[in-house]
Design a protein around this ligand. Sequence first.
Ligand SMILES: [Zn+2]
Length: 285
Amino acid sequence: MKKNYLLLVTLGAFAACGNLPPQTEQPKTDGFSTYRAALAKENDTEDAEGLPVAGGYIVDDDLTVENDTALRDYYTNFVLTQNTLASNLTVAQDLIVAIVQGRDDKWSAAERKKVTYCVSDRFGARKAAVVASLASAMAAWENVADILYTHDASQDTKCDPKNSHITFDVRPTSRQSYLARSFFPSSARAQRNILIDSTAFSVKAPLTLTGILRHELGHTLGFRHEHTRPQAGTKCYEDSEWRALTTYDSASVMHYPQCNGTGDWGLTLTPKDIAGAKKLYGVPN
Ligand SMILES: [Zn+2]
């Protein structure tokens, strides 16, 4: 687990949390407790009325694990095995897709045409900027791959994790360790949120809200951080639960520049990002 020292587009719900057997009491001094104590906690996930509905741990900068049980699963499957997984990594052939339970984490052919979202009215004066940046960032992906995001503005007044009328919600947050965070296609509805921290509205060029959202939306399509690939070195390694779609791309929109990347904070799609997205989803039709 790396810590982010620079601005990070920390996104989404980590999707690789499977079912666990009944949890047994753990001694307070075990490795898991130490690991858990060091994690940032997302504590303001709330519904339209401002009531807490979730609150997860932040792992891999911009992914969340929703509770202690799921975190123990993540710890067992990824943190404890990280060293051995790293030594087993082979040089793969830019864009990589998450693997969950042995399969690509992506929207099915039917799902990808009806991915709907709301944009919380709680953004207030910033809402118009969020709506516009989302539309621009989504177009970058929609123009190259067969995916369609649809804003259901009728749900903006109750835009929260419990709203089952939309695929995901986009809400404001503050005082988080990230600029924004996202989710993967396999995430449960409650975790399918894009949360935008207040700091994301005051970033400096070349970083922009639209760029941040291009990266976050990449996660919603199943794309993992490119810097977890072996060619990026071990600085930002996360795990090996992914499959390569193209050769390594140090400038990918999914690669943090500070992780031995060669892109900038403009966070734009590279030719390999485009090729990988087409490979996973096909061309727009
Ligand atoms: Zn990310």
